[in-house]
Design a protein. Structure first.
Lengths: 418, 599
């Protein structure tokens, strides 16, 4: 109930502070345009506060989960994060979106990435290397919001979840592809929660965000598990983190932690009694290993073939298509894009040169993206072919988001704390 | 009882949310397709207004409709936003009621739905991953096939294939195509498909194919003096490096010009435009790029303010020294009398006006320049030097800027600086950059003197300008700062051309020189014992230039500046050639001809 009240207060608070930023145009007064005046906000101060808060909140989560093994601080961190990073700072800068800035800055020397964005990208990764995905636990406002609305934790089939788990990787790779080709920032464009945090924006996306939240009521963090590209990236680092959340050493195999985990990150003990012989298993893994380069090549080739179509995400390529179409069949009424193009003295030669360069870039990067998608699928299949005997419950460090829910259910943990 | 109530509230709010979401999404897509800035009715009325600018009632009607369209748009957007607020509110109600409903059992964790056997789960997951990967590959391949340009080509090929099969003539003369009656083509082609055997049918089908080839429109345009933006850089490809006017090697067509002029040819699509003038008439001509056929002529006559007697000009300038300009929809020409005419590309004269007889002791020679739908006229003369922008469709003045520089014969260019256009004009004593949209001056740098006839050029945000007996200067077009100046070799009439690394120029005493764009250092020069009035143009990494005697020089447009080829054409050439894919159009003293590789 406390959780619910906090959420309600949060939403009411955000509604009251979200005044209309710009006055709506008053058409009845005869096109009286107001004089524009722009006040430069003291953004440096806020960004400094953002960074400090990011580090402090991640440290609190790390302390609570790894040292104290308690859930409560994580819950409070979630509230602060949703209130501050979500509603107050309108979900921007966010670490998820920072992937795009970092990718673009790696290929484009002329792109100057703000230092704060770099920190937002790198700090959660450093923390993941040290303590696991403490950022996902409650510092990320997107994960925290889903955590706060979660009521029941209906489980999804693990086999289905394994397939859906590929989506964040594909999303990550396409995000990088479109960022390095200066086409679009996919994550910013399709962030389903930004409209909710800002109480405005693209209505289609807000509806999508609402649907995701409805799903989050019944199952743990659907966005984090099956969409979030940054989560996929952090899962790489959390596998090798130095200090990790762990199962209570005096585990009595009561299964409560496993059932409580919203992201299915606790693996049950398993006695390897597969009817299949060891040789068969080894043969399968060898087959996948041999087939892996083929998957990489096929993926690369297919996306290379699709590169021209993919390049249409770039606004210059779309404009070029419009210009060519218009040159073939001139329109009576030019769309605004064409009006601007011709109005600024744009020529086919100039735009053709630009588009050829973009398409050549797309060809290269699409091949790499396709190859990496092949690699992801290959590794997933190999991962699913490995069998291992486990005597105790174990935490899957890649999946675990350090939400500490399991600790609040563990009877041994409660005894230890007494 | 309480549990039942909250359960019902949850169900009602859930149904409400689903219904509302569907309605919102539908409405969202409807509103997304609406653009209040381009309502068809208003656009049509605007066009009518453009044709008749004095209709106050119509203008008021447009304003009212525009207001209504915007109001309607924002009201709909407001409704949508209200809908979103209601949806979020219902979500909150739903979460609250669910919380209350599950308050007694929410701490009981859910049970695994998978089989206990971990290996069975993994086997199933592998199967799913394999299936999904397979479906993704198939979907991607289908997408590739459906979006492939070859598929579209294949459709076209299927349509033309029967014609091609039916047409295997033993020998054809060119005249056979030309004498074919056009009105019979369609009907006879149908018979060809059905009967597929008579000689006449074969001829018709072949003519169809030839016609299709002729109608193939080259993408690369050359819209004014020294090409688009007048910057002497062309994107044309497959340009021949050798031809022979005497033997006809690589010559597609050649025609005698009808009236004299030193202006250069201009290409847009399948049309070539030039102008010509003498004491009797001033005319704009259009030729077919593929065949050389004269398509139409538009005369600059019956223009109010046009002088009855032509102003005196020198023999090497004449009445039609200014190159015409086109934007693909209209084409305009200006003459030494100050007469400016504009027609559509089908030869229908749209408007004409006299800008006032220019006080010019050699004769007016600045070429026209197009910038989108604007026509830029550098009207520097001894009395009232100015630069004017006119609407190409109507002739309406868009802006007008008086200039302080002395008379020049130079032509304007558009330089893209930091991706923004700058209109750059040479003068005496300065190079000046303006905003081509409104004539606002960006920067002005002094450094020229004497009779300025050469035009500027630009590359990599640097503008270069030169005049004989003064200097070649380089200006940072971002700041208007003079970067360097040099005076080893300077052009009189010919204009320089620049790449990122080098600027090339040709002098009237026969020197071709290449300078470093960064430092102004002379990299290489050739003394060729000839004269250059024509300007160099760079395409496919090669610099093409004609000497006055008609000798072609082709050099590598790089720092080595090595000779690629050089040969005589035998006809005096003063104009700058025009380039499009696979073709060059050259105007000589007495003729116009088209070069294309016949292989």
């Amino acid at each position: 109930m406390k959780k619910l009240l906090s959420l309600l207060i949060l939403i009411l608070f955000s509604v009251t502070i979200q005044a209309q930023r710009f006055p709506k145009p008053d058409f009845d007064s005869g096109y009286q345009y107001p004089a524009f005046s722009y006040v430069v906000p003291n953004e440096t101060l806020w960004l400094t506060i953002d960074i400090i808060l990011l580090v402090v909140l991640m440290s609190i989560v790390a302390w609570a989960v790894i040292k104290k093994r308690v859930r409560k601080p994580v819950f409070y961190v979630s509230i602060i994060s949703v209130a501050y990073f979500g509603f107050f700072r309108s979900g921007c800068v966010c670490s998820i979106g920072a992937i795009q800035n970092v990718s673009l800055s790696l290929v484009d020397n002329s792109y100057s990435m703000p230092f704060a964005v770099l920190l937002f990208f790198i700090l959660p990764i450093i923390f993941a290397l040290l303590f696991g995905r403490v950022f996902c636990a409650g510092v990320c406002p997107l994960g925290a919001l889903q955590e706060l609305v979660n009521i029941k934790n209906y489980r999804l089939s693990k086999s289905l979840a394994a397939v859906l788990g590929i989506i964040p990787w594909i999303y990550l790779l396409f995000t990088i592809l479109f960022a390095v080709t200066r086409s679009t920032f996919l994550i910013c464009r399709f962030d389903p929660f930004i409209g909710i945090f800002r109480l405005g924006g693209d209505i289609g996306l807000i509806v999508f965000g609402v649907l995701l939240l409805i799903a989050a009521i019944f199952t743990g963090r659907p966005f984090c598990r099956f969409i979030c590209p940054y989560g996929a990236l952090l899962s790489l680092f959390s596998r090798v983190s130095i200090w990790k959340a762990s199962i209570t050493p005096q585990c009595i195999n009561c299964e409560l932690c496993h059932n409580a985990c919203p992201v299915d990150a606790i693996i049950t003990p398993y006695e390897n009694k597969v009817k299949e012989t060891r040789l068969q298993g080894v043969k399968r893994i060898l087959l996948y290993l041999i087939f892996l380069p083929v998957m990489v090549i096929i993926g690369g080739l297919i996306l290379q073939l699709m590169s021209t179509s993919l390049s249409r995400v770039n606004k210059d390529v779309r404009l070029y298509d419009m210009v060519i179409q218009n040159e073939k069949e001139p329109r009576d009424i030019l769309p605004l894009d064409l009006e601007a193009f011709y109005g600024q003295g744009g020529t086919i030669e100039e735009i053709t040169g630009r588009v050829q360069k973009i398409q050549s870039e797309f060809k290269t990067y699409s091949s790499v993206t396709g190859a990496l998608i092949g690699l992801v699928i290959g590794f997933t299949l190999i991962g699913l072919s490995v069998k291992r005997t486990r005597k105790n419950y174990e935490i899957n460090d890649a999946k675990c988001v350090n939400c500490a829910k399991c600790f609040s259910y563990c009877p041994q943990n409660k005894i230890n704390r007494l | 009882m309480r549990r039942k109530i909250v359960r019902n509230i949850a169900i009602v709010s859930a149904i409400f949310m689903v219904t509302f979401s569907i309605m919102l999404i539908t409405n969202y897509f409807q509103v997304k397709g609406v653009n209040p800035l381009q309502v068809e009715v208003i656009e049509t009325l605007k066009q009518i207004n453009d044709e008749n600018a004095n209709n106050v009632e119509l203008q008021e009607q447009i304003r009212q409709l525009d207001l209504l369209a915007r109001q309607a748009y924002f009201v709909r957007m407001d409704h949508l936003m209200t809908g979103v607020y209601i949806l979020v509110a219902m979500l909150v109600v739903f979460i609250v009621s669910l919380h209350l409903y599950f308050s007694g059992e929410k701490d009981i964790p859910g049970k695994d739905i998978d089989p206990i056997d971990d290996w069975t789960v993994k086997t199933l997951a592998r199967k799913y991953v394999n299936w999904v990967a397979g479906v993704l590959v198939i979907a991607a391949l289908v997408f590739v096939v459906l979006t492939s340009p070859y598929l579209k080509m294949e459709k076209t090929d299927n349509q033309t294939e029967p014609l091609a099969d039916a047409t295997q003539p033993e020998s054809y003369g060119d005249n056979e195509y030309e004498t074919l009656p056009v009105e019979q083509e369609d009907s006879v082609a149908v018979i060809t498909l059905a009967e597929n055997n008579t000689e006449a049918d074969k001829t018709v089908a072949e003519a169809e194919i030839k016609k299709e080839e002729e109608e193939e429109i080259p993408k690369v345009t050359h819209n004014g003096f020294r090409g688009n933006n007048s910057n002497a850089i062309s994107t044309a490809k497959s340009i021949p490096t050798e031809w022979n006017l005497k033997t006809g090697a690589n010559i597609v067509w050649a025609n005698k010009i009808l009236r004299q002029g030193f202006n250069s040819p201009v290409i847009n699509g399948n049309k070539v435009f030039i102008s010509g003038a003498d004491e009797e008439a001033r005319e704009l001509y259009c030729y077919n790029l593929k065949t050389g056929e004269l398509l139409w002529t538009v005369s600059a006559n019956n223009i109010p303010g046009s002088p009855a007697q032509m102003p005196k000009t020198t023999q090497d300038t004449g009445l039609a020294a200014s190159t015409v300009a086109t934007n693909g929809k209209q084409v305009c020409a200006i003459f030494a009398s100050g007469d400016l005419i504009c027609s559509d590309t089908d030869g229908k004269r749209l408007w004409a006006k006299n800008l006032g007889i220019p006080a010019n002791h050699y004769g007016y020679a600045s070429s026209l320049l197009t910038f989108g739908n604007s026509l830029i006229v550098q009207y520097d003369n001894s009395n009232s030097p100015k630069v004017v922008a006119l609407d190409m469709a109507t002739g309406k003045e868009l802006w007008n800027k008086n200039r302080t520089d002395k008379i020049t014969w130079s032509s304007p260019i558009i330089a893209y600086v930091n991706k923004k256009p700058q209109l750059v004009l040479m003068g005496n004593p300065s190079i000046t950059a303006y905003n081509p949209n409104n004539g606002e001056q960006y920067w002005r740098v002094e450094g020229l003197s004497g009779e300025v006839a050469s035009s500027p050029c630009s590359a990599a945000d640097i503008v270069f300008g030169a005049s004989e007996y003064a200097a070649l200067i380089a200006v940072d077009a971002n700041t208007g700062e003079l970067l360097w100046e040099t005076n080893d070799f300077l052009p009189e009439v010919s204009s320089p051309v620049a790449t990122k690394d080098n600027v090339y120029l040709a002098t009237s005493y026969g020197v071709l020189a290449c300078y470093d764009t960064k430092s102004g250092e002379l990299r290489k020069s050739y003394e060729l014992d000839t004269e250059f009035y024509s300007s160099p143009v760079i395409t496919e990494g090669k610099l093409y230039i004609f000497s006055n005697s008609g000798k072609v020089y082709i050099y590598a447009a790089n720092s080595d500046f090595g000779l690629v080829n050089s040969f005589e054409t035998g006809e005096k050439t003063f104009a700058t050639p025009a380039f499009t894919d696979g073709r060059i159009v050259v105007r000589t003293e007495n003729s116009i001809y088209c070069v294309a590789s016949k292989s």
